[in-house]
Write a protein that binds this ligand. Structure first.
Ligand SMILES: [Zn+2]
Length: 196
């Protein structure tokens, strides 16, 4: 079953009742939490890429509703409503609540590239990363040209674990998770839950 979380499909805690979150210390010695299956497959993906000369790590993964609310409120206080709504996902609309989405960072010439604007310049490395995501059950969640479907600008660093079947089909048909689940409603957690 697949979880769809976006501006129209809000996250609820019940979605991850059966999930196991793994604790992970990243390149910056920060503790991150990530859903277990996602973590295992991320390990395989990063090992594969390393052989190919590309080093990646986790900048962000699981974020609780509470954390997102706090971030949102801090930004509201500091910058006001307009700017906050552009920059920070409304609590409940972020796929990071599932623990199955990962923001990756890249190592280049011994330094970690972490800023969005710098990551956007690494087109060649991301092309190679994106090409092998499906073999490990991941998708590029917010691709170029699909902004009106996903509601997000192109984010080369944001990948999502969906399992091999969905990953292969979305890559082959050049579709998003939203479109995939329209074609396979029986795999949508929300719809399946209503059926039983
Ligand atoms: Zn993200």
């Amino acid at each position: 079953m697949l979880l769809l979380v976006n501006k129209k499909n809000l996250f609820n805690e019940e979605m991850i009742d059966s999930f196991e979150m793994i604790e992970y210390e990243n390149y910056n010695e920060e503790t991150k939490y990530i859903e277990k299956e996602t973590f295992i497959h991320f390990g395989e993906l990063s090992a594969h890429l390393k052989v190919d000369g590309i080093e990646i790590d986790i900048d962000g993964a699981y974020r609780s509703l509470e954390t997102q609310e706090n971030i949102f409120l801090q930004f509201m206080k500091k910058y006001g409503e307009d700017y906050t709504e552009q920059i920070v996902a409304m609590p409940g609309t972020s796929e990071h609540h599932t623990g199955q989405a990962i923001d990756i960072v890249l190592k280049k010439d011994g330094n970690w590239i972490i800023e969005s604007k710098d990551l956007l310049k690494e087109e060649e490395a991301f092309k190679r990363i994106h090409n092998c995501l499906k073999y490990f059950g991941f998708i590029l969640r917010y691709p170029k040209g699909k902004e009106n479907v996903t509601g997000h600008p192109y984010k080369p660093w944001h990948i999502r674990y969906v399992g091999e079947k969905a990953a292969f089909e979305t890559a082959e048909k050049n579709i998003t998770l939203e479109e995939y689940l329209e074609n396979h409603p029986q795999e949508n957690w929300m719809i399946k839950k209503k059926t039983f």
